[in-house]
Design a protein. Structure first.
Length: 575
């Protein structure tokens, strides 16, 4: 809504006459105005108020632009405060469209893409020389004046960082756009340098040539996970018709490690200015391609996503404030103890990946490993949903690449929308089938919820117990050993071995049913061994004690405390 200070015809500080509003957002408005001293049209950006925490960033943008003079950077004209105390910034008026709008119509020709990148790199070189890091380079911040590729201008220095200046961020805050962030920027590392802009420019160049963003996902947490873990694709895997040298250049710009990238905008511009000598780039000992860029394979993988902090602004296209995970260290230690690696994502969520493929496990065992980890993490993050997904994806090294991350993120988003009173562990249909019989899996509101470890091994079909067939001989052998043990009071042990899915758990279930029928007063303690807990001497006994007390692994903490106290009272014989 306009006010008397922003209506057409109003003159700001006696110099800038407002013509009309062209854009409005949550923090400010942009007007086309006329500079009465020159008669030229200008863009006047005005904050909604002078008290917002965004005011410092607004002042930072004005300060940065006032120092920069380059045809590839939007020109600063003036800044100040209105009579009503609202900060304003005046820049040159630009006609045309931004690169994001242009890319909606398709990719650029190679010559145009290289021309645009060269111009943008030269503009960045001026900023980098003055110790200024843009930090939010993306297609919507590259403006094509009159729609011309060779007249690109760099916009929006609102979150730029000046070398040796105090940071405007604090613990738990991340600024920038996830799809174009360098990994160290996404991790909110305190020390970043000009290579984060080089990484972002590499993402832009790749998108110009392929027509697709390098990192895509429907949810912010999925994009962040891919930025941190997924190696960018090689250009020639998508466009084999393009030169090998261009593929090499982009790989250097988007290397995960800052030390492997070209150093700044000037370095990128220098390479692009000498197209004929691109072949020497691979011989430069100062830059090397990570070996992990080339090796990939497809395999089945399971992963766990822990939901983000409730304070995160889910509607923002650009990531704003998020709270550091309160129990992050506990979550990491628990995940590592179960053979997993936890990577925090700065929207407040976390990704847990498993190395089960290197341990010779089958799909079922890998899903079970992920399920046990999810259940162990549940008490540490009781107020956050947890999602487990399993599927086939491309893997480079030990890093999952593909739709599994997106599926887990979608499950969490759906879970958040349903506003559960108690946050569940949701799993996809593939995981539900793999875990059936070994875990308590329930269908709730169209989702599969992982509720705990199941005692025994009774498989169901459409929710009903299935018949036990084909193991009559084994059942008779175990039953005879049990009868001899009862008659002679002599301890006896039976070891049953077999591959996954051959019915060992179901045989145990049938034996326990028969034993209870033969000896109703029998107390049976069961414990499940875990290859990942080989260093825990009493792990099997602890599992047996929990089962004897009715403490379901992964169940609500309050319920487990209550059952534990009840078991202690029963043992003492007291109330």
């Amino acid at each position: 809504m306009t006010t008397s200070g922003t209506q057409p015809g109003h003159v700001v500080r006696g110099r800038f006459r407002i013509e009309h509003r062209v854009a409005a957002g949550g923090m400010g408005q942009i007007f086309q105005a006329t500079d009465l001293t020159s008669g030229e049209p200008v863009a006047l950006k005005m904050m909604l108020d002078g008290q917002s925490e965004q005011t410092l960033r607004f002042a930072r943008e004005a300060s940065v632009l006032s120092e920069l003079r380059h045809p590839g950077i939007v020109r600063y004209i003036a800044d100040g405060t209105t009579d009503a105390g609202k900060p304003f910034l005046v820049m040159e008026w630009l006609d045309g469209e931004d690169l994001a709008c242009r890319l909606e119509r398709g990719p650029l020709e190679m010559h145009d893409a290289l021309t645009l990148t060269f111009q943008a790199a030269n503009a960045l070189a001026v900023a980098h020389e003055r110790g200024i890091i843009h930090r939010d380079l993306k297609p919507s911040n590259l403006f094509l004046v009159n729609g011309r590729i060779d007249q690109v201008k760099l916009l929006d220095f609102g979150i730029a960082r000046i070398a040796n200046a105090s940071a405007l961020t604090h613990a738990g805050m991340m600024l920038g756009t996830p799809a174009y962030m360098a990994p160290e920027q996404a991790r909110n590392e305190q020390i970043i340098d000009t290579t984060v802009d080089v990484f972002a420019l590499g993402c832009v160049l790749m998108e110009c040539l392929t027509g697709m963003p390098v990192f895509m996902g429907e949810h912010v947490m999925a994009v962040l996970a891919k930025v941190l873990l997924q190696e960018p694709p090689r250009l020639r895997d998508i466009r084999p018709d393009l030169p090998r040298e261009l593929d090499t250049l982009i790989a250097h710009m988007m290397a995960k490690e800052p030390s492997a990238r070209l150093r700044n905008g000037a370095a990128v511009a220098a390479v692009l200015a000498t197209v004929d000598t691109w072949a020497t780039l691979e011989d430069d000992g100062a830059v090397s391609l990570p070996a992990s860029l080339t090796g990939e394979e497809q395999r089945v993988l399971s992963l766990v996503l822990i939901g983000k902090d409730a304070a995160f602004n889910r509607g923002a296209a650009t990531v704003g404030r998020s709270t550091v995970m309160v129990a992050q260290d506990d979550l990491r230690r628990t995940a590592e103890a179960l053979g997993a690696a936890l990577t925090p994502l700065l929207d407040g969520s976390a990704l847990v990946t498993f190395s089960g493929g290197d341990m010779g496990r089958g799909d079922t065992d890998l899903a079970a490993q992920a399920a046990r980890c999810a259940l162990a993490l549940r008490p540490i993050a009781p107020d956050r949903p947890i999602a487990l997904a399993t599927g086939r994806a491309v893997v480079r090294g030990k890093v999952p690449v593909g739709a599994v991350i997106d599926r887990a993120a979608s499950m969490l988003a759906e879970c958040n929308a349903q506003r559960h009173a108690v946050q569940p562990v949701v799993i996809d249909e593939t995981s539900a089938h793999l875990l059936e019989g070994r875990f308590d899996v329930r269908s709730v509101g169209g989702q599969f919820h992982l509720c705990g470890v199941r005692d025994g091994g009774m498989r169901t079909l459409l929710g009903k117990p299935t018949s036990f067939v084909g193991r009559d001989v084994e059942v008779r052998i175990v039953q005879e050993h049990w009868r001899c043990c009862l008659e002679d009071s002599t301890p006896s042990a039976i070891l049953i071995v077999g591959g996954a899915g051959l019915g060992k758990s179901r045989l145990l279930h049938e034996f326990l049913r028969i034993a209870r029928q033969m000896t109703p007063q029998l107390d049976i303690w069961t414990g499940r061994g875990d290859a990942l807990a080989a260093g825990s001497a009493l792990g099997l006994l602890g599992n047996a004690l929990r089962n004897a007390c009715g403490l379901q692994e992964g169940g609500p903490l309050e319920e487990r405390h209550e059952k534990n106290q009840g078991a202690c009272r029963a043992t003492r014989g007291g109330p």
